[in-house]
Write a protein that binds this ligand. Structure first.
Ligand code: AMP
Ligand code: GLY
Length: 422
């Protein structure tokens, strides 16, 4: 079976690592791989990684399945693009259609969906460019902090949380006037929810769904959850505060209505649903939907999964997920991200990374790395994910921090408090 992986971060490294353990005969191809994934897959290099290029590779390489890591190709409609062409419509795509991807691509679409299907989420209203005054008036009627969300994708920067009403009004106006380009021509203003966030992952085949292990992501750059938001600086699974009752509530009030809603809207959806939840006094609310797996959560979620990953993906495409049981390792898995100095703001690339080959007791997933003349260099903001496991959280963390002490590169940045709140 020929499988093409779209994306080249640590999430995709985890996909490829897990697929390479499959008992099935499988050829893995990856586009512009990093220093880690280039070893485990057949690399395809290109300057122009667009839908047309992906389709041409699907044809040339007789690809049977495309596994899409990041959201942008899904929001752009890669699934429809391949499925609507008679030459590529037999290729399985793990990822929803363009309409389904709107759950991530448009906050307004997602909020309307949640409202329609009675899925608990923060109260909100959406405003377009012609409704600036209505938006400013609405801010007067709600309590701070004010949450302003650009409707469209904004590389993780489109959500502002503001305490001061005057500042909130200024920002709302600036957003509607194009602060984030097209993405903020509509803005969702919503109520602030106070609680602990948790990531829920569902594999959905269009008929049946299966819940993957839950994980917690640490999004801020600074210790004690301070500083700027990042793509994610670490993750932990399982999540100790998620007991059976809370998981049941999540399934009944959020997961089931979400998949029923997708079916009811006739959305063609075979793939992962990532539900960003917040636990407010033991009541789960949806913060956001993503239509893909999360990074850095995938690195711990897939590490816990004992099933053959390819079986899962094939069942997803065949709509037979109901015939499959997930086998999950009950040990703790932690992932600590090593980032470049300066990230998530300006950072330098091209720093030599040493010590990876001597690592024992952790699994390293590459993200922004590049191999040149047998040396590995930094090549992005998030550089490596260091995953370790143990029967308890403390032991698992100790292993990852020990591994981190052996890996060196100029500017190496990481959070020393992953798991601190659990
Ligand atoms: P989003 O892109 O919608 O996930 O928002 C980015 C981050 O902003 C989330 O991970 C939360 O930490 C925070 N956030 C978003 N919406 C809210 C809300 N209604 N209340 C509190 N925090 C929020
Ligand atoms: N871990 C958050 C994300 O992948 O968006």
């Amino acid at each position: 079976m020929n499988i093409l992986i779209v994306g080249s971060g640590a999430r995709e490294s985890a996909f490829i690592w897990k697929l390479s353990q499959s008992r099935k005969n499988i050829n893995i191809f990856s586009i512009n791989p990093n220093a880690g994934t280039q070893e485990l897959s057949t690399p395809i290099y290109t300057q122009k990684e667009d839908l047309e290029f992906i389709k041409s590779k699907v044809v040339d390489l007789k690809i049977d399945m495309v596994l899409v890591g990041p959201e942008i190709p899904l929001i752009e409609g890669i699934q429809d693009y391949l499925k609507k062409d008679p030459i590529t419509n037999n290729t399985a795509v793990i990822g929803p259609s363009k309409k389904g991807a709107q759950l991530e691509g448009s906050k307004d679409f997602a909020k309307n969906f949640m409202q329609k299907y009675n899925i608990p989420t923060a109260k909100y209203r959406s405003f377009s460019q012609t409704q600036i005054q209505d938006g400013l008036d609405y801010l007067e009627t709600i309590k701070p902090p004010y949450v302003l969300k650009a409707d469209g994708p904004a590389a993780g920067k489109g959500v502002l949380i503001i305490d001061n009403i005057i500042e909130a009004k200024t920002q709302l106006e600036e957003m509607l006037l194009g602060k984030f380009g097209e993405s903020s021509k509509t803005v969702v203003v919503e109520e602030f929810l106070n609680g602990i966030e948790v990531s829920c992952f569902v594999l959905f085949d269009g008929k049946n769904y299966k819940v993957l292990p839950y994980a917690k992501d640490y999004k801020r750059i600074g210790e004690n959850d301070t500083g700027l938001n990042t793509g994610g600086m670490g993750s932990v699974s399982p999540v100790p505060f998620l007991d059976k009752t809370l998981k049941q509530k999540i399934e009944d009030k959020i997961i089931k209505p979400t998949v029923e809603g997708i079916k009811n809207e006739n959305i063609d959806y075979k793939g992962f649903i990532f539900i960003g939840l917040i636990n407010v006094n033991n009541e789960p609310y949806v913060i956001e939907y993503n239509v893909r797996m999360g990074d850095p959560e995938t690195q711990v979620v897939l590490s816990r999964l004992k099933n053959d990953f390819l079986d899962l993906l094939i069942s997803c495409d065949n709509q037979t997920l109901d015939e499959l049981e997930f086998e999950v390792d009950s040990n703790y898995f932690v992932n600590i991200v090593l980032a470049s100095g300066g990230y998530p703001e300006k950072y330098e690339k091209g720093k030599v990374i040493s010590g990876i080959e001597s690592v024992e007791g952790s699994v390293i997933f590459h993200a922004g790395t590049l191999k040149k003349n047998d040396e590995v260099y930094t090549n992005g903001g998030r550089v490596l994910s260091v995953v370790s496991t143990a029967p308890n959280l403390k032991e698992a963390l100790k292993k990852s921090y020990k591994t981190i002490s052996k890996i060196q590169f100029q500017g190496k940045t990481f959070r020393k408090d992953i798991g601190f709140d659990l």
